[in-house]
Design a protein around this ligand. Structure first.
Ligand code: NAD
Length: 494
């Protein structure tokens, strides 16, 4: 077991009298790390370090800032396997999946390397006689980044590179369930030449979060996690005058029309439903089979689901994040069965495997699920795929639009007009057409609608640049000094 300390102003901080929490490897139940839980004093220390570092960091030239990002990109690319191993050890996801997460995070670093172009303002000469106007964007100050357990490296990377490149300083509060990936990344930032204090790490749970939300020197908060906490973070952060983007939970539906290629649709449902044990905010958790394809589609999904393995050298998926969470997910399967869903593939036997301390649960396929069932209504966040049968496209669309979440969705069809109709009418932020997990590239922005996001701004892309900067417009007159004179009327162009 190792200690994963706070990282404040480039120093490891692990106060002897700190409360601590243990981090388990959910594939074995072994305790692999221990973190300190931040007290108010450490919140102040971390924010103080970020505030002090801001004074010089914001003034460093854009070229110098970006050179550090290029170095960080090279280091991370060369050493991404190390980071993937840390993710697997604390989160439990399989190595290829962990590597995928790092690669998607790297995309944001690469996007942020182009920041000088993205920070360019605009200029108008002679807007009025001898009057010029320029606009420019400026960093905010110390910002907080609060992240969930399911992407311990990628979600921090959605925000940190852009926050830093735009000239802000950062306090990251990672999930207490798998915190070490962030420490590793921040040590790498130091190696890339980032000055101490520009990115700090504070460990802890809700007290650390609330400390940041109430701290007067934190200017903005980027949060990702479950919907109730996202709502709390948004309300508290905005009530204390901060800029807040708070991304919440999801219940992503995949709509399959009768003309779809059912083999492709089944492959996609299984990959997107059970990848990372269903612990992705863009996981597909509901498949809506439209018309008379339902039996055939369910058979194809079932056949593939039964072929998945969690053992051997090349497992398809790992355990859930904890035994408590595994038991909660099992409870949803029990409940769905009791409420009348058909249990096509039952993954519950896996949890009685020969490793009682591990948090495995096998992939489960439920058919004939209805909107009245709890397994339909809640975000389960586990390897449970629910099939709902709908008679028509309109009925399927209504189901998606009635759902309180609006993170991701997908349609599978060969009909371009139907796909276009779906794109226009579905009330969801990220849409896939024959693509099951439509996570936008880093140069677009990631974010859902409705209860999947509180605030106006999505993550990364230009929305990220705008979130971490505020604008100034300068209007100047450099005319002939001889052309003066009083003018008390409201200024107009001439
Ligand atoms: P979580 O809400 O429990 O925790 C997220 C963060 O908030 C953690 O850092 C945690 O320490 C902190 N936190 C927890 N409870 C708190 C409280 N009461 N007050 C203040 N802070 C608190 O989420 P999780 O279980 O770590 O992550 C899974 C959730 O995140 C799922 O709902 C998933 O859909 C969501 N998620 C959403 C996105 C997205 O982009 N919309 C991406 C990834 C995960």
């Amino acid at each position: 077991m190792t200690n994963t300390p706070h990282l404040i102003n480039g120093q490891e901080v692990m106060p002897a009298d700190s409360k601590t929490a243990e981090v388990e490897n959910p594939a074995s139940g072994e305790v692999v790390a221990r973190i300190p839980l931040a007290s108010t004093a450490e919140v102040d220390q971390a924010v103080g370090a970020a505030k002090t570092a801001f004074e010089s960091w914001k003034s460093l030239s854009l070229s110098r800032r970006v050179q550090i990002l290029f170095r960080y990109r090279e280091l991370l690319n060369a050493r991404k396997d190390e980071l993937a191993a840390i993710i697997s050890r604390e989160h439990g996801k399989v190595h290829s999946d962990a590597l995928g997460e790092v690669t998607r995070g790297l995309e944001v670093v690469e996007f942020a390397c182009g920041l000088p172009h993205l920070m360019k303002g605009s200029a108008t000469q002679n807007a009025s006689t001898a009057v010029d106007v320029t606009s420019s964007r400026h960093p905010l100050g110390p910002v907080a980044i609060i992240t969930p357990f399911n992407f311990p490296a990628m979600v921090p990377m959605w925000f940190t590179p852009i926050a830093v490149a735009t000239g802000n300083t950062v306090v990251i509060k990672p999930s207490e369930k798998d915190p070490s990936a962030v420490n590793w990344q921040v040590q790498l930032w130091k190696e890339a030449g980032l000055p101490d204090g520009v990115v700090n790490v504070l460990h802890g749970g809700k007290d650390a979060v609330n400390g940041l939300l109430h701290h007067p020197d934190i200017e903005a908060v980027s949060f990702v996690g479950s919907t109730p906490v996202a709502q709390h973070v948004y309300q508290t952060g905005t009530s204390t005058g901060k800029r807040v983007q708070a991304l919440g939970g999801a219940k992503n539906h995949m709509l399959v029309l009768p003309d779809a290629n059912l083999d492709r649709a089944a492959d996609s449902a299984v990959s997107a439903g059970y990848g990372s044990a269903g612990e992705r905010c863009m996981a597909i958790s509901v498949v809506i089979a439209v018309g008379d394809i339902a039996d055939e589609l369910v058979n194809k999904i079932a056949e593939r689901t039964r072929g998945l393995t969690m053992q051997g050298d090349n497992p398809d998926m790992g355990p859930l994040i904890s035994r408590d969470h595994r038991d909660k997910v099992r409870g949803y399967v029990d409940g769905a069965e009791a409420e009348g869903a058909s249990l096509v593939v039952d993954g519950r036997t896996w949890s009685e495997s020969d490793q009682p301390e591990a948090a495995f649960l096998g992939p489960t396929l439920l058919d004939r699920v209805t909107p009245a069932m709890k397994a339909y209504q809640d975000e389960i966040f586990g390897p449970v795929l629910a099939v709902v049968r709908a008679e028509t496209y309109d009925e399927a669309l209504e189901l998606i639009n009635d759902n309180p979440y609006g993170n991701g969705t997908a349609i599978f069809t060969r009909d371009g007009a139907a796909a276009r109709h779906f794109e226009m009418d579905v009330q969801v932020g990220m849409i896939g057409v024959n693509v099951p997990i439509p996570v936008p590239m880093a140069y677009y922005s990631f974010g859902g609608w409705k209860n999947s996001l509180f605030g106006d701004t999505h993550a990364h892309g230009m929305e990220g640049v705008n979130f971490y900067t505020r604008g100034k417009v300068v209007t100047s007159r450099w005319g002939d000094p001889a052309e003066g004179g009083l003018e008390l009327g409201f200024p107009q162009s001439n």
